[in-house]
Write a protein that binds this ligand. Sequence first.
Ligand SMILES: [Zn+2]
Length: 481
Amino acid sequence: MSQEQGITPRATDFSAWYNDAVMRAELADYSPVRGCMVIRPNGYAIWELMQGALDGMFKETGHRNAYFPLFIPQSFLEKEAEHVEGFAPEVATVTRAGGKDLEEPLVVRPTSETIIYDSFAKWIHSYRDLPLLINQWANIVRWEMRTRLFLRTTEFLWQEGHTAHATDEDAEREARRMLGVYRRFDEEWMAMPVLTGVKTDSEKFAGALRTYAVEALMQDNKSIQAGTSHHLGQNFARAFGVQFQTAEGGLDYAWNTSWGVSTRLVGGLVMTHGDDVGIVCPPRLAPVQVVVVPIYRSDEERAAVGAAAGEAARVLRAAGLRVELDVREGMKPGAKYYEWEGRGVPLRLEVGPKDVARGQVFAARRTGGKAPIPMAGLAEGVKAALDEIQAGLYEAARARREAATRRGVSKDELVEMMAGPGGFAYGGYCGGVECETAIKDATKATVRVLPDEEFRSSPAPARCVWCGKPSVIEAVGAKAY
Ligand SMILES: [Zn+2]
């Protein structure tokens, strides 16, 4: 990709478009280490805003941050049979350090259940110690052969919540509550519509009782998991001896949950809102929400325009907005526009001599549309425009998803849909793993979730899409990232 060529249109090659859009916005770069990526300042700034929003919500719901080691004794992973089986193929192991072979190899964390529950066993003694609500912000390593910037990399950043509870019901409530937090973040911050539900047994987290997930449809009609929350039951508590004295004086194992989202969400943001010009940041997650560009020809104009542009930037910053004032010399306004558009800045304010005379700025939305905003009441006008852009992005994404959703599909329709446009296919499901596997083999689609009640079809489908036996639950299938 070069500036002259522009970026690959989405319709031509969505995956090439994605890489071009990420590179043009300077969100990330390739690294000399295969499978790894460099997150550049523009990309990291989006992640920081995501972190800030999520961290606030975790703390509001009573969680505290902590940090556990990057290295996990190999024997820890082996204590939970399903867990080690699920993660073994993608684990990186340190066998030599300090100039000699290690007595016990150390695994580079692929997830931290084991090392965290080892600590929980030391910290939890009585029902009074519960619930224990911990979150960790960390990097994770899972060996990947085929990598995509943000979407699939050997090392990535995430948060992982880990909690312990006295009862099954408490753990269930927590797993559900955090799924709700992710949904709220996805919808209200990312402007990304989602559906929620439970994973089938074959798609659940290795070692969990149940896995809940939030799924969002990207513009190429493939689904991305945008948050996952696991009810771990007592599996890990048994493996690590997390026991507590109950209120009645007995002894019981704690009930655990874990839940997480990662830098993958940055990729989700790009694929939800981007257009053929590049990325589009929803205002609430835009590192730069407003860019102010002065436009002038003479030195005289420059003084007046510069003062007005500076004043506009000052007023907006004072109102708490993230503002960039672009006064770079020797660069035409058009070139500046091109750069800020590629970075997905939602609102550009142009200030020319005529605008100064009229006591206004000219607002150009990244999503289309231009209108003046009076300098008197500038902050209110800009905030209203940003709110409209945020809401508009959500609505556009929701409309795209609905257009790519089909309910009550037959076997033939499912095959046709997955061979063609893709999208969310709702259909009846007998609950048999044979049908799930056969669907995956034939269509490359997987069961994304067994949707929660509010997303289910009415009436419920009567027959399994694949085998025609009575349906026990509705399923949503899609190809996925
Ligand atoms: Zn079936």
